[in-house]
Design a protein around this ligand. Structure first.
Ligand code: 5GP
Length: 179
């Protein structure tokens, strides 16, 4: 598996440090409030598990499953909700916990849908941001790290359902997905 990685982009230690800082910032910004953390399976599951333990607030967690059909390594924006959030959003301060923000098409769709349920607020916390790929106007309030336009895997992120269990984020060798 390691042979398929071109370069480590974020080591385990860096991820831990960044997650701690993001959790601290969220804790300060939402002081005295209760937050609802919503993560999108499966990619964000590892980040969600780590960041929720760095947030020192009363919080509830929920998960969504979406599929966004596209060819190869790109999202189409054609989002289908496979599993919706179970918790009602009305009046809630919602933070979407995401692995990577690329074109923004998936989150744009989801945020517009969730806004209709009258949450008090809705923000995005993403471990990785790839602004060069942006197609929809989506901005994350909390960003772990901006990454270049390369396909990354590990720490929850997959290629063809594999590499999610790598403890770091790395750039996948292009020959792996162009084969
Ligand atoms: P967007 O709709 O912002 O283009 O893409 C969002 C989703 O596409 C992410 O949650 C992730 O599942 C997937 N994605 C985008 N860029 C990458 C990448 O570099 N690596 C992996 N593994 N998935 C990505």
């Amino acid at each position: 598996m390691l042979n398929d990685i071109e370069k480590v982009l974020m080591s385990e230690e860096e991820i831990r440090e960044i997650t701690k800082q993001l959790g601290k910032k969220i804790t300060e910004d939402y002081k005295g409030k209760e937050v609802l953390l919503v993560s999108i399976l499966k990619g964000a599951v590892v980040f969600m598990a780590d960041i929720m333990r760095e947030i020192d607030l009363k919080c509830t967690v929920d998960f969504m499953v979406v599929s966004s059909y596209g060819s190869g390594v790109k999202t189409s924006g054609n989002v289908k909700i496979i599993k919706d959030v179970d918790i009602p959003l009305s009046g809630k301060d919602v933070i979407i916990i995401e692995d990577i923000l690329d074109s923004g098409l998936t989150l744009n769709y989801i945020i517009n849908m969730l806004k209709e349920r009258n949450p008090n607020s809705i923000e995005i916390c993403t471990l990785l941001d790839k602004p060069s790929g942006r197609k929809a106007e989506v901005t994350a309030k909390y960003i772990g790290r901006t990454v270049p336009d390369a396909f990354v895997v590990g720490y929850g992120l997959d290629y063809d359902e594999k590499y999610r269990n790598l403890p770091f984020v790395g750039i996948l060798k292009p020959e792996v997905y162009t084969k």
